[in-house]
Design a protein around this ligand. Structure first.
Ligand SMILES: C[S@@+](CC[C@H](N)C(=O)[O-])C[C@H]1O[C@@H](n2cnc3c(N)ncnc32)[C@H](O)[C@@H]1O
Length: 408
């Protein structure tokens, strides 16, 4: 069998059905041949198969074999003889990964995005993780299109997914969770304590140590909570979310703030240029003493503060936004900016380390890792998010996407 037929994947066979009512086998064979750029010799290659030794077209046989697998997984259904379409489930706006199936969505030389539930990937990883940077679905009262559980079920849902990730963490590795702050008790302006409960559960059940509760200050966060700030007027508008940082071993923690220094302000540069502190000063309470010349030495950059101010929209998302809008797909409703991911990637890992995100979305964590020379693995349950996410990696060395039916 030729190599091209051998490597024809189920994802490639499924891709031409997206956006089509149905396809006859003739149309499907034609599209695959075109998109995979298969020469006629491959399309026509025949050989005796099975016990009967009957001559068969190997390309068509392989496509039919994948059709049966996709039917078994509930992705394709037969309309009539020789005509297939995406099944009712798969035609919904967001296509969930079939149960217990792990399919490659796209990859680069450094990493890959899998169309799969996190539950089906991380227990069999067999590689040490340096950092898991992720934003799980928040326990919102109003469901997002991709689904989420409410605050009462949240910890029982999240912990089993995170457990295999924590088990694969190398000593001193980190788990960083971006979690929503704007979760309220039902019908009440009192905030949920789920973040506190989650923190305790990660410590008590998974043995993680809390290193920091970072604040992600988002200056462009839309006003809210509307009910409590705009209507009842008992709250301020919110402008931040939590980023909780845990490690399995605080003594060995693989962190280095020199990898994520921030640019000095112009004012600071002038201060250093003029020699630093001008005269001895002692705070009356003894809190600090400043000697002449203190802070006069040039440094590479400022140590970042634990409040990170980054707007949520970023230009890096644009190729995915353009693709989603051109193809009638939903834009992902809960994106983080790549600068946030990059900050933690640099702070908590070195080039070549493995970074993962079980709740991949538009693969922002993968992108942050890719841009900084780290290896990466993300899993995402909804196929359409991955199709858009792939557009962010098109220029990355080794980009390959079987979902698009082409070796771009
Ligand atoms: C808050 S979003 C993450 C967005 C991401 N940080 C980004 O910037 O693109 C959470 C994502 O987790 C996905 N998801 C939920 N449960 C999942 C599971 N069990 N396995 C894999 N993905 C899951 C949802 O489809 C959603 O896209």
């Amino acid at each position: 069998m030729t190599e091209q037929i051998k490597h024809l994947s189920a994802e490639a066979v499924m891709a031409p059905f997206v956006g089509r009512d149905h396809l006859t086998n003739r149309e499907l064979f034609g599209q695959l041949a075109l998109q995979l750029d298969l020469p006629e010799s491959v399309l026509d290659s025949r050989a005796p198969v099975g016990k009967s030794g009957k001559e068969c077209n190997l390309f068509e046989r392989k496509v039919r074999w994948h059709q049966q697998t996709l039917k078994h997984l509930g992705v394709l259904e037969r309309v009539d003889r020789g005509t297939w379409r995406l099944s009712g489930e798969a035609q919904k706006e967001l296509t969930p990964a079939p149960k217990r199936s792990v399919l490659l969505a796209f990859s680069t030389d450094l990493g890959c995005a899998l169309w799969a539930s996190a539950e089906d990937v991380f227990s069999g990883l067999g590689e040490e993780i340096t950092l898991a940077f992720t934003s799980p679905p928040y326990p919102l009262a109003k469901q997002r299109a991709y689904g989420n559980v409410d605050q009462t079920a949240y910890i029982d849902w999240l912990l089993p997914i995170m457990e295999p990730v924590v088990k694969s963490l190398r000593p001193g590795g980190s788990i960083v969770l971006n979690v929503g702050n704007d979760i309220f008790m039902p019908g009440s302006p009192a905030r949920s304590l789920y973040v506190e409960r989650l923190t305790l559960a990660l410590h008590d059940s998974l043995g993680l140590h809390l290193m920091e509760r970072f604040v992600w200050h988002n200056p462009t966060k839309p006003p809210g909570p509307v009910q409590w700030a705009s209507i009842k007027r008992v709250h301020h508008n919110t402008a931040y979310e939590h980023v909780l940082w845990f490690t399995n071993d605080p003594e060995l923690v693989l962190a280095d703030n020199r990898r994520c220094l921030q640019e000095h302000t112009e004012k600071h540069r002038r201060f250093v240029g003029s020699g630093g502190v001008k005269r001895y000063t002692r705070n009356t309470g003894g809190a600090y003493t400043l000697r002449e010349g203190s802070f006069g030495a040039h440094t590479e950059g400022a140590i970042a503060r634990n409040v990170l101010t980054i707007p949520h929209r970023c230009p890096d998302q644009q190729p995915a936004r353009d693709f989603a809008s051109a193809n009638g797909l939903q834009a992902h409703p809960a994106l983080m900016p790549v600068r946030l991911a990059e900050h933690f990637v640099r702070f908590l890992s070195e080039a070549g380390d493995l970074i993962v995100d079980p709740f991949g979305g538009w693969a922002t964590t993968g992108r942050g890792a890719e841009l900084n020379g780290r290896r990466w693995l993300v899993t995402e349950r909804c196929r359409e998010y991955l199709m858009a996410a792939a557009q962010r990696f098109r220029d990355a060395p080794g980009f390959y996407s079987p979902m698009e039916c082409s070796n771009a």
